[in-house]
Ligand binder design. Structure first.
Ligand SMILES: O=C(O)[C@H](O)[C@@H](O)[C@H](O)[C@H](O)COP(=O)(O)O
Length: 241
């Protein structure tokens, strides 16, 4: 696990963009699962507006780590957020966009998307392998849409599961641990003071850390990088701003 801390969200976005450019350079295809929520917005804006020319978008295939079970034009849709902040600004072929169809029946969509991953991704150890999975982390330590109250979904034998948001009850389709931990590279993009307490427990492996799904992210390749801003990292013993 590598922890990179930068003073501001914009700096996190810039440094992550350079990281992605380096990782995807000279690759014929590069399969990335994206996180949703609000953190990626600034990252996608910076990537699209400042670094787009350094990426071969014909090689990039976009997937999602999770999606809310809503229409793709709904303001809660992770696909809609990604389209607004990234896809609409770069020359990525539409056939390279593999969205989770939030408008479908959740259980059927989890099955369909599991099949998409089997078909589209190369295999490693018999499982579909992403080149990169980008994750966020909730204030409650969830990641993708695996929440603490349903942490059993992490060890599902399937590639995707239907999850339920603990407060809103909203259904979501999420990658499971076996997809996330089979990736070549896993990146956490976590910013803001509200994340600091869980970042400390999870990164410093404090007592009870395994209650939180984000703690279970451990790619077999060991290529796990946390990109944090100073606010999210402020309680880390290994970092004092
Ligand atoms: O669909 C989602 O909401 C995300 O995939 C989720 O896992 C997100 O990454 C965290 O909840 C952090 O969200 P913020 O970036 O909004 O804090």
């Amino acid at each position: 696990m590598e922890v990179k801390v930068f003073q501001t969200k914009v700096k996190v976005a810039e440094e992550f963009s350079k990281f992605l450019i380096e990782k995807s350079a000279n690759k014929k295809t590069y399969h990335i699962a994206l996180s949703g929520g609000s953190t990626p917005k600034i990252v996608f804006d910076v990537l699209a507006e400042e670094f787009a020319d350094a990426i071969d978008w014909n090689a990039i295939h976009l997937y999602w780590g999770d999606e809310r079970c809503v229409d793709p034009e709904d303001e809660q849709s992770n696909y809609r957020m990604t389209k607004e902040h990234l896809i609409s600004k770069v020359a990525i072929p539409k056939e390279n966009i593999h969205r989770i169809k939030g408008e479908n029946d959740p259980k059927s969509e989890a099955e369909r998307y599991s099949e998409v991953l089997e078909t589209e991704l190369p295999k490693e150890l018999g499982l579909p392998q992403f080149d990169m999975v980008i994750l966020g982390m909730g204030d409650d330590g969830h990641t993708a849409s695996i929440f603490p109250h349903e942490i059993n979904l992490w060890v599902s034998p399937d590639n995707c599961e239907v999850a339920i948001h603990p407060e809103s009850g909203q259904k979501r389709v999420s990658l499971t641990g076996r997809m996330i931990n089979n990736a070549k590279t896993v990146v956490f993009l976590v910013t803001g003071e509200s994340k600091a307490e869980k970042v400390k427990i999870i990164v410093d492996r404090e007592e009870g850390y395994l209650e939180f799904p984000a703690s279970h992210v451990a790619p077999k390749t060991k290529d796990l990088v946390w990109f944090l801003d100073a606010a999210a990292a402020k309680l880390l013993t290994s970092f004092q701003s």
